[in-house]
Design a protein around this ligand. Structure first.
Ligand code: ADP
Length: 545
């Protein structure tokens, strides 16, 4: 049996099992006269979530699991006739297909629970898919089954319970699949578990609240801080879990007559409507809040990164290179052009039969002045560069690498890039400027992370190695598993303002090369243009006295 087939069977088993388990939970909410799980049908969200997360390729594995779970569920609970079972199964298969199909069509294969417009698109697709299927069931069941409820009430309940199930469960399933692909950092996991426990405790408090208190205490007020905490600090899957806990509690309250929502003096219709309203509010609210905060976090992380980089570059007075390069082009072009024009005119005065010595002298004087002007420009540029701190001290390159890595810890974690170090324990120290050398390492590792990021793979690796290259030279190597660099770009990447990044300045490598060369070393790059890039810089080791 091929690995692919095993993989598909695994997906089918997981989807089917989760679908069956969630359908069994909601069967405890089964209420007459609707003959359906009247609050919410989370199983619908399971199949939708699987299809959205895994794409059309997983259609048959997921749907076969769903069909199997449906048949088992019907056998266990309904004992209805075969025709009705078929109608149930058809609706439960069609619904996720419609929703995932609409999302695929509108948003492509990059659906993300971290984007507000994707969440809104998902909600619209769910409303459409659930409407179609609820109408189908109402028509079939009203014509065929002795359900006493009016047709619209039936439709409304199917619509509400499937919609809530989808909104509550699909982001959770998508998030779990995403978390399996890219596990969250341990810190986030612990924080999320704590916040979900608080949410569960709060739901418990609401259930246990004495009746009179319901008039004065807004239950939502109790839940809101915890849900906000989850949405704000953790990835969307955990907010979906928190919402799931609340929905479960509300369902139980209504079904088992607990608390206000279980007040048996109120007609069951009213209690169900109340419960559904809260469930929908909580599920939609949690999904939107989580997406909003996820977007905010991403923006803040980007801003933090560019700020830190800018600060470092300013610290080392390296940013001046940009101004210097621009001023070279601007300032030198003009006197040089003037010199060329004057020289041409002077030659013309000398090339005639009786050369005009006086006018030629004026021209030569002008050339002298223009040359002096160009010289001044170069002097001023040199003064800009002399701002680059030239002080030299013995520096420990291994220590600099470890410090740089520790400051990049968060960036590495966010991009899920693993770093392997292989640092020579007996590496001799070199003479140099610690801050500038750190800038070189940071730039190279940053570039490696960004290069890996363009591949969209989760197993990116950066390897940093230090070695004694010869008796008087050490070498630092930074290798990555990114896309590499094409041969024809190998030299241009070291030029200023050459970049392939939308936000890039194209100065990083130019600055790195400048620094390394100012330390008497050399920075080189090698790549096969396919399986990553290797940047190496060689630094001289000062002779021992
Ligand atoms: P910037 O980071 O602003 O783009 P750099 O001078 O640091 O400027 O890099 C110039 C270009 O070299 C980058 O835009 C990228 O195309 C290429 N580059 C640098 N490092 C790598 C790497 N490790 N793998 C692939 N390409 C790289």
């Amino acid at each position: 049996m091929t690995a692919l087939r095993l993989h598909k069977i695994g997906i089918s088993a997981m989807a089917g099992t989760l679908y069956f388990l969630t359908s069994q939970v909601s069967q405890t909410y089964m209420v007459e006269p609707y003959g359906v799980a009247a609050f919410c049908w989370p199983a619908a969200g399971v199949s939708t979530g699987f299809l959205i997360a895994l794409g059309p390729g997983a259609r048959w594995p997921v749907l076969s699991g769903v069909i199997f779970a449906n048949v088992l569920d019907n056998v266990l609970w309904h004992h209805v006739v075969v025709g009705q079972q078929l109608a149930y199964v058809a609706g439960n298969v069609a619904e996720p297909l419609i929703i995932a199909g609409l999302i695929d069509r509108a948003l492509g294969r990059n659906f993300s629970t971290r984007r507000v417009n994707h969440i809104l698109g998902m909600l619209a697709a769910m409303v459409a898919g659930v409407s179609v299927v609820s109408t189908f069931w109402t028509v079939i069941f009203k014509a065929d089954l002795s359900l006493s409820a009016p047709a619209f009430a039936l439709w409304e309940n199917w619509f509400a319970s499937d919609l809530i199930g989808n909104v509550a469960m699909a982001p959770l399933v998508i998030g779990i699949i995403d978390a399996i692909r890219k596990p969250p950092p341990q810190k986030e996991l612990f924080e999320a578990i704590a916040a979900i426990a608080v949410t569960a405790a709060m739901t418990g408090v609401i259930i246990a609240l004495p009746q009179p208190l319901w008039d004065t205490v807004m239950p939502g007020a109790l839940l809101f801080p915890a849900l906000l905490w989850l949405s704000c600090r953790c990835r969307p899957v955990f907010a979906a879990m928190g919402a799931g806990v609340i929905i479960l509690g509300i369902g139980w309250m209504t079904a088992f007559g607990l608390g206000h929502l279980g007040d048996t003096n109120l007609p069951i219709d009213v209690r169900i409507k109340q419960a559904q309203a809260i469930m929908l509010f909580v599920a939609v609210g949690a999904a939107i809040l989580a997406a909003l905060f996820a977007e905010l976090r991403q923006g803040a992380a980007k801003l933090g990164q560019s700020n830190a980089m800018l600060e470092r570059e300013l610290d080392n007075k390296l940013i001046n290179i940009q101004a210097a390069t621009a001023s070279i082009a601007h300032e030198v072009r003009q006197p040089l052009a003037a010199i060329v024009t004057s020289a041409e005119t002077g030659l013309r005065f000398l090339n005639i039969e009786s050369p005009d010595i006086e006018r030629t002298r004026v021209i030569l004087k002008r050339i002298q002045e223009d040359s002096q002007r160009a010289n001044e420009v170069f002097k001023s540029i040199r003064s800009v560069f002399s701002n680059l701190d030239q002080s030299r001290h013995p520096i420990d390159v291994n220590g600099i690498i470890l410090e740089a890595l520790s400051s990049l810890r968060d960036v590495l974690q966010v991009h899920r890039v693993a770093v392997h170090t292989d640092l020579a324990p007996d590496l001799p120290s070199v003479e140099g400027h610690k801050g500038q050398m750190q800038e070189v390492v940071l730039n190279l590792v940053h570039n490696a992370i960004e290069a890996i990021g363009t591949m969209g793979s989760q197993n990116g690796r950066v390897q940093i190695k230090t070695q004694i290259h010869s008796r008087d030279e050490i070498v630092v190597s930074v290798a990555d598993t990114g896309p590499g660099i094409a041969l024809e770009r190998m030299t241009s990447i070291f030029e200023a303002f050459v970049t392939t990044k939308s936000q890039g300045m194209g100065l990083g490598l130019a600055i790195c090369r400048l620094i390394v060369e100012r330390h008497g070393g050399q920075l080189v790059a090698t790549s096969d243009g396919k399986t990553g890039a290797l940047f190496q810089f060689f630094l001289p080791v000062p002779p021992k006295n």
